[in-house]
Design a binder for this molecule. Structure first.
Ligand code: TXA
Ligand code: MG
Length: 351
């Protein structure tokens, strides 16, 4: 197999950009990441600048496989080893005690580091090609989601172009376009306090899958309220993942009345069965959603980005389900709605 760089191979172009301490937006199976070489503090600092993200919010390190983990983490708990064997490559991030190689820039000065091995073929190719170029298979790409701080994560390349943008006009040095992401919402994040296993952020890999793999109960980190400030996981802050315009979660029963009284145009995201109960009206834009949690999650951020770009002033969302498979999606929608103004300001009321 040839290792000669090819000028028109996008992965090789991305490798060149990373080698020169540049920023590469790349696809993962969850969302697009904004990546830099984790061994280059100046490149890592550029990630924070591009996103407008506070520097004490740690970044996830992306590695090609589990063998790289010992370079970045130490005292790896046995549960972490089991989870890596079962779920990597895939949408699971493990927060582990850091090694000296994990810099303060990456960890936000904490004594832990978040590690993830993405399964997306382009992410895998990029990590392996970059490892080959640097002569170190343990190289890591520090990469948060490739969106401005607090905004909706990108689940396709267009979202990166529209938000951060690509140079010379934008902030990203190179965008590796790998099409839409399969899972569409960010990875499940787990840490291991005192031999326990705890979920910091829900994702497509669910608590019961982790518990089944480990034969051990899995707990949840308390979600901070709107007044709480929890810098360890910015995705746990309220009003995160938010569209610029108001979004409301409503029940199917309340929907009809809301649509009649709220400001138009209004966008309604619900399964077809629920949309069918609404009379079509000029100011009511209907977006059908999947009744299955997987496809729903995959399409969710695309719907939110389209709403942000479109004419609607308000989005009303009716969740199709409430079982454990809907937890991650519900978490994202609650956060997307938390920053919205009080509902009465959107009503046609005379008060
Ligand atoms: O699916 C994903 O995880 C995507 C793709 C690109 O891999 N990445 C992602 O990164 O969502 P980001 O930075 O947007 O969210 C990662 C979350 C942040 O909220 C951060 O605070 C948390 O992970 N995190 C990273 N390292 C941590 C650590 N050492 N302890 C606690 N939380 C950590
Ligand atoms: Mg993010």
């Amino acid at each position: 197999m040839s290792t000669e760089p090819s000028a028109d191979d996008p992965v090789e172009q991305a490798v060149s950009v990373l080698s020169a301490a540049g920023l590469v937006a790349f696809p993962t199976e969850t969302v697009y990441g904004l990546g830099a070489d984790a061994d280059m503090p100046s490149a890592v600092r550029a990630i924070f600048a591009a996103k407008g993200r506070p520097v004490d919010h740690p970044l996830i390190l992306h590695v090609a496989d589990a063998n790289a983990v010992t370079a970045w983490a130490s005292n790896i708990p046995p549960q972490a080893v089991k989870l890596m064997a079962q779920f990597w490559p895939g949408p699971l991030t493990l927060v582990l005690p850091r090694s000296s190689r994990a810099s303060n820039e990456v960890t936000g000065g904490q004594n832990t580091v978040g590690l993830r091995c993405p399964s997306h073929p382009w992410a895998q190719r990029l990590l392996r090609a970059y490892g080959a170029a640097r002569g170190d298979a343990a190289v890591a790409l520090a990469a948060p989601s490739a969106n401005s701080y607090g905004r909706i994560s990108p689940s396709q390349a267009d979202h990166v172009r529209a938000d951060l943008g690509v140079k010379p006009e934008g902030k990203v040095d190179f965008l590796l376009d790998g099409g839409p992401c399969d899972f569409g919402i960010e990875s499940t994040i787990v840490d291991f306090p005192d031999g326990q296993v705890r979920i910091l952020r829900p994702g497509s890999i669910r608590a019961e899958q982790l518990a089944e793999c480990l034969g051990q109960a899995v707990s949840w980190a308390a979600t901070p309220g709107p007044a709480g400030h929890e810098p360890r996981v910015s995705g746990r802050l309220f009003a995160h993942y938010a569209p610029r315009k108001p979004l409301r979660l409503v029940t199917a029963e309340a929907l009809r009345g809301m649509v009649d009284t709220c400001e138009h145009p209004v966008q309604v995201l619900a399964i077809p069965e629920v949309l069918d109960t609404l009379a079509t009206a000029p100011g009511v834009l209907l977006t059908p959603a999947s009744p299955e949690s997987g496809p729903y999650a995959r399409d969710l951020y695309r719907h939110l980005h389209e709403f942000d770009r479109g004419d609607a002033r308000l989005m009303l969302v009716v969740l199709p389900g409430s079982g454990p498979e809907w937890l991650a999606v519900t978490d994202r929608l609650l956060k997307a709605s938390a920053g919205s103004a009080p509902l009465k300001t959107q009503l046609h009321s005379q008060q």
